[in-house]
Ligand binder design. Structure first.
Ligand code: ATP
Ligand code: MG
Length: 320
């Protein structure tokens, strides 16, 4: 897997995210006083990578003993954290490393329930001498206020085309793939700034390309219309009054691509910004329809019905 092979090992190798990296490096100059951190931002932008770079830099050979990596959506989550932290306090006294604490990396922490987050907050307080946390999330708003205020927050952004393309070009060189810049540009467009999916598309396309030449045609062949493009189609159809057709695209996204309702609405929100021929008034109404749908989905409403209702709403907006 190229995403693992080319995952940066040190903070200096991470592409872009300058604000976050700059701030983190400054904190790591005095590791002893390092605060908890919250890394927040969209998928495939380097959050997990950066957390691992920090852990490696701080712990070196003690990585395995002093770093606990956990996925917060893991049910055993909080219990495991509690147990391991107890373990940390014993190891730390015997370790020759200068760092006097263990590190817990908690991925997807915005998926934790409020109760679990409250329990986590208590653990962060009681273990502050022996343990530091790096929490990772897609949405900072999904983290309870008292935890946010205990962390230094670093925001990650989607990568810009220039940086993502540069990274892909370097991979192609290393893999002896002769890539047409147009093919790279197309892959970036399909990825929407998510470098993980860009690298995955790149690998799939490279494997299929003949004689080490990666051109636009190969990319179009191996990468089916990307989900964001389908979502844009869905929006356009709805706004043009083609309700049934737009709903068919929705079923395709849920059925074939396995997207959840919330994923569809979130991407739709981003894609709406890319539809240029929309009056300000219509755009405002469309955003409102998306917002209502997103809210209802967070309340556990039926996805099929809510997205259909959103498309119906867009249909009305389009007619105005
Ligand atoms: N800023 C970056 N610099 C270099 N490589 C990156 C960067 N962002 C992502 N990548 C590449 O994409 C892969 C996935 O990145 P990573 O796991 O850090 O994403 P993430 O932000 O944690 O995403 P998610 O929210 O989906 O967990 C990495 O293995 C790496 O190859
Ligand atoms: Mg991650």
């Amino acid at each position: 897997m190229w995403i693992e092979k080319y995952r940066p090992k040190t903070l200096d190798d991470v592409v872009n995210q300058r604000d976050a990296i700059g701030g983190i490096k400054a904190l790591l100059k005095t590791p002893a006083t390092m605060p908890h951190m919250l890394l927040s931002g969209p998928p495939g932008t380097g959050k997990s990578t950066v957390a691992l770079c920090i852990a490696r830099q701080l712990m070196g050979d003690n990585f395995r003993r002093l770093v606990l990596e956990l996925n917060a959506s893991d049910e055993r989550g909080i219990g495991v954290v509690r147990e391991r932290i107890k373990g940390f306090s014993q190891v730390i006294q015997t370790t020759p490393s200068g760092v006097q604490f263990g590190l817990v990396i908690l991925d997807e922490s915005d998926e934790m329930t409020r109760d679990a987050q409250t329990a986590l907050r208590r653990i962060m307080e009681t273990s502050s001498r022996t343990c530091r946390f790096i929490l990772i999330c897609n949405y900072q708003s999904g983290i309870i206020e008292p935890i946010q205020s205990r962390c230094s927050v670093f925001r990650f952004r989607y990568l810009e085309e220039k940086e993502a393309a540069g990274f892909m070009t370097r991979i192609c060189k290393a893999e002896s793939v002769d890539a047409d810049p147009k093919a790279i540009a197309r892959i970036f467009e399909l990825s929407g700034g998510d470098l993980r999916s860009a690298i995955n598309y790149l690998q799939v396309a490279a494997v299929r390309s003949k004689g080490g030449k990666l051109d636009l045609a190969t990319v179009s062949k191996v990468v089916p219309a990307a989900e964001n493009e389908l979502i844009r189609d869905m929006l356009n159809l709805a706004l043009q009054g083609e309700f049934i057709k737009s709903r068919d695209v929705m079923y395709e996204l849920m059925g074939k691509h396995g997207l959840s309702g919330r994923e569809i609405v979130r991407t739709a929100n981003r894609e709406l910004g890319r539809i240029s021929d929309l009056s300000n008034e219509k755009r405002v109404e469309a955003v409102r329809a998306l917002g209502e749908c997103d809210f209802r989905l967070t309340q556990g409403a039926n996805e099929d019905i809510q997205i259909s209702a959103m498309l119906a709403q867009l249909n009305l907006v389009g007619r105005k």
